[in-house]
Design a protein around this ligand. Structure first.
Ligand code: AKG
Ligand code: FE2
Length: 327
């Protein structure tokens, strides 16, 4: 969780309202933004089925690419204004956190920013609406996954129902907005790779509820899609104990592998996706640090604080052992 991040509550409220107004628009209006391809600049998707059958995931999403080029639906009014400002502020927070993470790894603060060209970072805003679901035990809002980029920042609407869960010690733990006005931060796959496994990407999922709906807004940040190969920082690689087994991977390829011609298919399927191969070999071959799967309370007006927080089974905070506060 991050607190004292400096994003005004009023901007957060306007952003949540703008997304709620978007999802409240008529179907025909929303369909104008239907996304067909994964890298479309604006994409609205719904899992809603009028027949009510075979709905596995119970979620509507609006995805907008907001950096290096800013995109926004032109409806509802004021959406563009709030979203441009919110994207800018969350991008800055993410960069500050990545700087602090570099320092905690013993690297120069701007190590990631400069070597991964983060001035041209690829930032996506992804809003998810999980409407009430008549049979929540038969549906998931969002299946278990980890995000592909460096860091994900999540703002959750106030709701009595906490549907966001993280995998922790083999159990699913709800992430409650335990601190008012806080953002939830997830380490994502490329940070796991860059940090040579010291930071582990967080496996999470979205559950649904019979009565409550939930709206969350995620800002996902990674390096430019193409042209920047992410591999473990050489300072963190020791030839014998922690070798760098990968030639590096781009953000584009870890998000999406284009379909292979048929003769490649069997091999690709056997070996799994590039993403799972990279991460699997990392967890086998790398000595993994202990900063993983812990939520860190961070005050971005200062440095990463000592107040490392461990999740207890109820998603509350118990005092940390200080390790996650390094840096
Ligand atoms: O529902 C949420 O808060 C998280 C959404 C999410 O994990 C994602 O879109 O990748
Ligand atoms: Fe996610």
């Amino acid at each position: 969780m991050v607190v004292n991040h400096g994003v005004p509550e009023d901007l957060q409220r306007r952003m949540i309202e703008a997304y709620s107004d978007f999802f409240d628009m008529k179907d025909e209006e929303k369909q104008r933004y239907n996304g067909e391809r994964i890298f479309d600049p604006i994409a609205y998707n719904t899992s809603f089925s009028r027949t009510g059958t075979e709905v596995l995931y119970w979620r509507d999403t609006l995805t907008t690419k907001v950096h290096p080029t800013f995109h926004s639906p032109d409806q509802p009014q004021n959406f563009r204004l709030s979203s441009e400002e919110f994207a800018r502020q969350t991008r800055e927070i993410t960069k500050q956190l990545l700087g602090a993470i570099c320092e905690s790894l013993g690297l120069e603060k701007n190590r990631m920013e400069s070597s991964l060209s983060l001035e041209c970072c690829y930032q996506t805003m992804l809003a998810s609406l999980y409407p009430p679901c008549p049979q929540p035990d038969l549906a998931l809002g969002l299946p278990p996954h980890s995000d592909s980029g460096l860091l994900t920042l999540i703002m959750q609407s106030r709701s009595s129902f906490s549907g966001l869960q993280v995998q922790h010690c083999g159990k699913w733990v709800p992430v409650q907005p335990i601190l008012p006005n806080s953002f939830c931060i997830f380490v994502s796959d490329l940070l796991q790779i860059f940090s040579n496994g010291k930071f582990k990407s967080v496996v999470h999922r979205g559950m649904v509820d019979k009565r409550s709906s939930r709206l969350s807004v995620a800002s996902l940040i990674g390096p430019p899609l193409e042209g920047v190969l992410v591999s473990p920082a050489h300072e963190l690689v020791e030839a014998e104990t922690k070798p760098d087994a990968y030639g590096g991977i781009t953000y584009e390829l870890i998000i999406y592998q284009p379909p292979q011609p048929p003769h490649h298919h069997t091999r690709a399927r056997k070996r799994g996706s590039i993403k799972s191969r990279v991460l699997l070999s990392m967890s086998r071959e790398m000595a993994v640090g202990s900063m993983s799967r812990e939520m860190i309370v961070v005050d971005v007006t200062g440095h990463v604080t000592e107040d490392a927080c461990r999740l207890d089974e109820r998603g509350g905070c118990v005092s940390g052992d200080g390790r996650a506060g390094e840096g």
